[in-house]
Design a protein around this ligand. Structure first.
Ligand SMILES: NC(=O)C1=CN([C@@H]2O[C@H](COP(=O)(O)OP(=O)(O)OC[C@H]3O[C@@H](n4cnc5c(N)ncnc54)[C@H](OP(=O)(O)O)[C@@H]3O)[C@@H](O)[C@H]2O)[C@@H](O)CC1
Ligand SMILES: Nc1ncnc2c1ncn2[C@@H]1O[C@H](COP(=O)(O)OP(=O)(O)O)[C@@H](O)[C@H]1O
Ligand SMILES: [K+]
Length: 489
């Protein structure tokens, strides 16, 4: 993959504009299609050297054009190839018509394809141009291929997948491998798309980088290069006070564990000091289980006001196990001038009056990080959550703008969005992070990075990435306690 653009995500519409600009620049656009098809052919031969037959399914647009180039290249390499077409090939236009004309193999209608054992399907029916549910002919061929367990290599995207949202339009192939061009698209990283793509190969077909960069925007895949420049580094001059002071609010005596997980994670990610602010009634329970984390009794907003008199208490996590209601809202609003991660119960507490929260944090730099999972997101942003037209990226961004906050919209495909338009999609989280308390650990990690002076967007992105990395290092069967000890900065 080209290093310049390995994290970029372009929507199909943006990639369409790239194609147009490349053609206007005087490039030979058929040459791009030729390279695309050659790359797919090479991948097919590399991955399935023992295939009895490659079956190329070619559609009515340029994705189908890529398919005709692939079929020709496979045949020239000596492989057995059959082509099945959607639509009348005499109606192909432009480069796809040229690719068809250069491919001298006979083909048949898509309906006629009956899978044989030993087939490998090259799916070139639809790519970026799919804009409505697939027709029945395609749905039926997908079903036949699935039933026969035929491996599929997808060209650009598995047919049926919406490149912008990662959703399935009617039905979609499940590929073992997808070859896409220049950059990944949102559907390669958003669910369910990511699961349907198999391994994703990004092939540079030679569109000049300046043209791709012109459409790249601020939506990327989360990786250290997106936040490393702000990552805190301790030096010889550091002391614990210079590394920030994170405060995590504990719930009542019967619900203290979640906050302790956040606090321990905040310490582990490098905050110099971490205090657990606990109701007096839960002090003993907490004290029995804390060592490096400090403890402070805070029962009500006036205790909190006194605590906030010390400006060194710079970052806060509120929500894990804290309880839902008026007291939670009062605590959260009292923190409006500090760096805050608002998670779990604290999110739910604003279900009926989200604007009270958004308004409190609306002025100045963004300093609020909201970490909702799917259900919590729907409580704060019900209209966005139910808008089927928008992708998870678009929803997170709209929420960030509305809340004047960094949004960490959690899941296996966590999206991190800032009000200024930056968005990162995370793809390194293992499925075994779906365990009790793992979100509490994440909130503490982000809080610990905020305490050390990392700006909110970068802290959120780094927290999510390092959480995924820690989960991978901990391995299957991890518990949240083990996750914390696996955190590496
Ligand atoms: N990125 C790059 O640099 C390069 C990209 N390249 C390739 O181009 C691909 C994009 O090509 P594309 O724009 O022609 O779109 P594509 O996916 O072939 O589909 C459009 C056709 O499908 C039809 N159609 C759509 N939905 C339908 C439905 N539900 N049911 C039935 N029909 C439906 C639609 O018909 P219409 O809507 O006009 O009726 C139209 O005929 C891209 O994925 C990549 O593989 C390379 O060649 C090299 C350079
Ligand atoms: N299937 C999955 N694959 C990868 N990461 C996941 C998956 N399910 C959940 N996660 C991650 O695990 C964490 C769970 O957080 P949350 O739902 O708040 O759990 P809890 O409330 O138990 O702490 C989030 O960071 C989320 O992104
Ligand atoms: K395809």
């Amino acid at each position: 993959m080209n290093k310049d653009c390995e994290n970029w995500l372009l929507t199909p519409a943006a990639m369409g504009r790239v194609d147009d600009a490349a053609a206007r620049s005087g490039m030979n656009s058929y040459g791009l299609m030729e390279k695309a098809g050659q790359a797919v052919s090479a991948a097919a031969l590399r991955l399935f050297p023992g295939a009895r037959r490659f079956v190329v399914l070619s559609g009515p647009g340029n994705n189908g054009g890529d398919g005709y180039v692939t079929a020709r290249a496979l045949s020239e390499a000596g492989a057995a190839v059959s082509i099945f077409r959607l639509g009348d090939p005499s109606r192909l236009k432009g480069d796809a018509a040229t690719a068809f004309a250069h491919c001298l193999l006979d083909g048949d209608d898509l309906d006629a394809y009956q899978p044989w054992a030993g087939d490998v399907v090259v799916d070139a029916i639809f790519g970026a141009g799919l804009d409505r549910p697939v027709p029945d002919t395609v749905r039926h061929v997908i079903e036949r291929v699935n039933v026969a367990s035929i491996p599929v290599i997808a060209v650009d995207l598995p047919s049926g997948l919406d490149g912008r949202t990662g959703r399935v339009l009617g039905a979609a192939f499940t590929a073992v491998h997808t070859v896409t061009f220049m950059t990944r698209k949102p559907a390669h990283v958003l669910l369910p798309g990511r699961r349907l793509c198999g391994s994703v190969e990004v092939y540079d077909i030679g569109v000049p980088m300046r043209i791709v960069a012109g459409e790249a925007g601020c939506v990327r895949v989360n990786s250290p290069s997106e936040w490393q420049y702000e990552f805190p580094s301790e030096g010889l001059e550091s002391h614990k006070f210079s590394r920030g002071h994170l405060t995590v609010f504990s719930g009542p005596a019967a619900a203290t564990g979640a906050a302790r997980l956040s606090a321990a994670a905040g310490l582990r990610i490098g905050a110099g000091l971490v205090t657990l602010a606990s109701p007096t009634a839960a002090l003993e329970t907490n004290a029995a289980q804390l060592t490096a984390v400090m403890l402070k009794a805070i029962d009500n907003p006036s205790d909190l006001a006194v605590y906030l008199d010390d400006p060194r208490h710079n970052a806060f996590v509120i929500g894990p196990g804290f309880g839902i209601g008026e007291r939670t809202r009062a605590f959260a609003l009292a923190l409006k001038d500090r760096l805050v991660v608002l998670d779990a119960d604290a999110i739910t507490s604003f279900r009926d009056e989200p604007n009270a929260l958004f308004n409190a944090f609306s002025g100045g730099d963004f300093r609020l990080v909201l970490t909702p999972h799917e259900g919590e997101f729907a409580r704060l942003f019900p209209d966005l959550a139910t808008d089927e037209r928008q992708s998870k990226i678009e929803r997170a961004l709209a929420a960030a703008v509305r809340a004047h906050a960094v949004i960490v919209y959690k899941g296996a495909d966590t999206v991190i969005a800032a009000p200024d338009g930056r968005v990162l999609v995370n793809d390194n989280a293992p499925a075994w992070l779906a365990t009790a308390g793992s979100g509490d650990v994440l909130a503490g990690m982000i809080g610990g990075l905020l305490a050390q002076g990392m700006p909110a967007f970068e802290a959120a992105a780094a927290g999510v990435f390092l959480h995924g990395k820690a989960g991978t290092a901990a391995g299957r069967g991890l518990t949240s306690e083990h996750l914390i000890t696996s955190i590496e900065r």
